[in-house]
Structures are given as structure tokens and as C-alpha cells.
Design a protein around this ligand. Structure first.
Ligand SMILES: Nc1ncnc2c1ncn2[C@@H]1O[C@H](COP(=O)(O)OP(=O)(O)OP(=O)(O)O)[C@@H](O)[C@H]1O
Length: 236
């Protein structure tokens, strides 16, 4: 299905701060889109509008053809979300927590599969409170993948992960796209964008300053050069 994620002329302000200033881009099923941009560029605000956590002031956002602000439980079950903070209950251990979440879904990925691929067994006895940041992130990612979502939003999924875990996450994300999911990843890592993404959207000061396939956006230069050329002076 084309156009799994659709953003048109999106605007969202907080008081005098225009967080998103008329952004437009699309992402298709079976692809990974990397959303890049300096701190404060409007990436999280855009993604939260797509997740139905924030309401746009103007413009249109659609996920799987639905307005995420008004959509119900059935729609939400098709959308996987991994937030930076994780939002995991602090006294849980990872495997019972994931098994409990799996029970909420009709056809979950087996917990043992995800736990194995993300190396979660090695800290199975640790409560969320005592986990390292990277361990929490792996559990949050496993939780987002459990329902086999059609659309997956990942906010800096490998920030702070060790190199082995990073590779495992990249493999899993590519596998999600290969089975047909539309994956949107916000990242500050050029390596991550280049390893993962079919398409790249670069935001600066609330606007989209580049949008295309990785090769289109690079245009024969490095992604890093293009990024700095388009975003320097736009940080806030
Ligand atoms: N709830 C809020 N109240 C006030 N201002 C906000 C709020 N959320 C975001 N902003 C502002 O909107 C702008 C865009 O923030 P946003 O979090 O979308 O950026 P970002 O691109 O995700 O940044 P980062 O890379 O740091 O995560 C920033 O100036 C931020 O301070």
C-alpha cells in the first residue's frame, strides 16, 4: 500500500514558537524513512502528530489513510511506537513485561524471538529501574515490534546503544520494512540514516529542506555535507 504516512502543510505552534511550519512529506509501505534535523527542528512534534499524541493547528496528517487524532483502538493497534523515554513500568522484568504486552495482541511476534534478537535474555533478571539506558531502549523496541505493526515510529532507536546492539536493531528495522511495514526513524546519526533509509527527510526550523531517496538527497555529495549546507544557522 502506498502513502502509509502522509504529511501535508502541517503546522503546529507552542505560543510564539512555530515548531512545524508547513511541512509536507510521504512515506510508503515497505520502506524506511529517516527524519533528520537539528535539535528543535520539529521532528518529534511532527511524529507526535502522526502518532495522535498532538493535534495539528493546520494541515493534514494521515496514517494508513486515517486521521490519527480521531482514530480508534483498531487503528492504534496497527501502529508501533517507540518513544525516547520508553514509558516502561519501572518494577517489571523484561520477559514477563513483554509476555504481558504480547497477550494484548491477536498475532504477536513470539517474545523469545525478539528477546533473542535484541539480546534481552542477558538482562532478563533486571528490573526496568535498574536497566541501563540501552537495555531499556531494547525492551521499548521489542514492545513496539510485538504487534507486527503496519507503521512503526522509532525515535532515535540506537542512540546510546553499543555497536552489537546497534547492528541488531538495524537488522530488525530492515526486516520490518522487508515484511511490508512503513518505518519512520528520527535520528541524528548519518550512519544510521545511510544504513537504514530508503528515503530521507531533513527538517530545519520547522520546514522540510530536503526530501527524497538517499541518492536524490545526497546528489553526489555526502549526506553530512548536504545536511550541514541545508541546516547551518537553523538550530534552535
Ligand atoms: N510542549 C511544548 N511546549 C513548548 N514548546 C515546545 C513543546 N514541544 C516542542 N516545543 C518546541 O518546538 C520546537 C520543536 O521541537 P521538537 O521537539 O519537535 O524538535 P526535534 O526536532 O524533535 O528536536 P530534538 O532533535 O532535540 O529531539 C522546539 O523549539 C521546542 O522547544
Amino acid at each position: 500500500m502506498a502513502g502509509a504516512v502522509h504529511v501535508r502543510e502541517l503546522r503546529r505552534s507552542f505560543g510564539a514558537t512555530v515548531a512545524v511550519d508547513g511541512a509536507s512529506w510521504d512515506a510508503d509501505a515497505g520502506t524506511v524513512t529517516a527524519l533528520l534535523g537539528p535539535n528543535g527542528a520539529g521532528k518529534t512534534t511532527t511524529v507526535e502528530c502522526l502518532e495522535g499524541l498532538q493535534r495539528p493547528d493546520a494541515g493534514v496528517v494521515r496514517v494508513l489513510g486515517a486521521d490519527p487524532w480521531r482514530s480508534g483502538a483498531e487503528h492504534r493497534a496497527r501502529v508501533g511506537v517507540m518513544l525516547q523515554e520508553g514509558g516502561l513500568p519501572t518494577t517489571s522484568r523484561p520477559l514477563p513485561l513483554l509476555r504481558h504486552l504480547a497477550d494484548l495482541y491477536r498475532d504477536p511476534v513470539p517474545v523469545a524471538d525478539l528477546a533473542g534478537r535484541l539480546g534481552i535474555e542477558s538482562f532478563a533478571g533486571t528490573t526496568v529501574r535498574r536497566m541501563s539506558g540501552g537495555q531499556r531502549q531494547r525492551v521499548a523496541l521489542a514492545a513496539a515490534l510485538l504487534p507486527r505493526p503496519d507503521v512503526l515510529f522509532l525515535d532515535e532507536p540506537t542512540a546510546g546503544l553499543d555497536p552489537h546492539a546497534r547492528l541488531a536493531v538495524w537488522d530488525l528495522v530492515r526486516a520490518e520494512a522487508a515484511r511490508g511495514a512503513c518505518v519512520v526513524v528520527t535520528t541524528h546519526s548519518f550512519e544510521e540514516a545511510q544504513r537504514l533509509a530508503d528515503r530521507v527527510v531533513i527538517m530545519a526550523a520547522g520546514r522540510v529542506v530536503a526530501d527524497g531517496t538517499l541518492d536524490e538527497v545526497r546528489g553526489g555529495r555526502t549526506l553530512e555535507d548536504v545536511y550541514f549546507a541545508l541546516t547551518t544557522g537553523a538550530a534552535r
